[in-house]
Design a protein around this ligand. Structure first.
Ligand SMILES: Nc1ncnc2c1ncn2[C@@H]1O[C@H](COP(=O)(O)OP(=O)(O)O)[C@@H](O)[C@H]1O
Ligand SMILES: [Mg+2]
Length: 231
């Protein structure tokens, strides 16, 4: 589904991504873990077309994404859900959701109500709060709204940046379960998290990012986590 090869990105003199290679297979949840400033958000922004790599390749379903604008990548099936400030707080929940189907033009907006059903099924609270200001929702509800809106672009691959950030443990676990349900419905997900234990409860594979480099991958990481828990 997604293949990233030797991605490098600098901010001025600062080397932020120092050659990142990773893969996400269809149907997987792949976690990208790492501490603060490791380059997780920058990686997602580069994938989404919001930050420009110096070199490297990004292939979605075998096709190179270089040179495509963010909305063109969205049309190819790549949706990005940022960690913060992703909503229009003064607009209603429903209006925020509607923005998600915007790229598909007028016809899609007509079928918008129908597309809402599965999203309301997953997050019933959004149906209850449809007329409310998005800014009045709790932190967890705002995350649900941001994810719901991303889903309305009908992605193949969803890039999620720290969905648990700022949430109470119960809300974070609920959101993780919802992400798992989405994946069970066929959505491929790349999940960026600082909260590794939480991410590893739902991820099929994981990469550890440290100072712009992948330092651990896959099964090793899950194994280390299990060992840490059993100790
Ligand atoms: N727009 C930017 N301009 C300059 N430096 C940036 C910018 N965005 C991120 N950085 C720097 O790049 C590094 C990685 O940031 P980021 O990708 O946000 O890390 P993470 O999401 O893993 O916490 C940090 O040192 C950060 O300060
Ligand atoms: Mg970040």
């Amino acid at each position: 589904m997604l293949r990233v090869e030797d991605l490098r990105l600098d901010y001025g003199p600062v080397r932020v991504l120092r050659g990142i290679s990773l893969r996400v297979r269809p149907g997987e949840i792949v976690a990208l873990l790492g501490g603060n400033a490791a380059g997780k958000t920058t990686t997602l922004r580069a994938l989404a077309g919001l930050a420009r790599p110096r070199s490297g390749r990004i292939l979605l379903a075998g096709r190179e994404l270089a040179g495509l604008l963010p909305h063109e990548r969205l049309k190819r099936g790549l949706a990005y859900c940022p960690a913060e400030r992703q909503l229009f707080p003064e607009m209603s929940v429903l209006e925020n959701l509607e923005m998600g189907s915007y790229i598909w033009g007028r016809r899609a907006r007509r079928s918008f109500r129908m597309s809402l059903e599965p999203i309301y099924g997953l997050f019933p609270i959004l149906a209850e709060r449809a007329r409310q200001r998005a800014g009045s929702l709790s932190g967890g509800e705002q995350k649900m709204l941001a994810i719901g809106r991303a889903l309305l672009s009908r992605p193949q691959l969803l890039l999620l940046d720290e969905p648990s950030l700022g949430l109470a443990p119960v809300a974070a676990r609920q959101l993780a379960q919802a992400i798992k349900v989405l994946n069970g419905q066929g959505l491929t997900i790349m999940l960026v998290e600082q909260n590794a234990p939480l991410a590893l409860t739902i991820a099929h594979r994981a990469y550890l990012l440290e100072r712009g480099r992948i330092t651990l991958e896959g099964i090793d990481l899950l194994k280390e986590q299990e060992d840490a828990i059993s100790r």
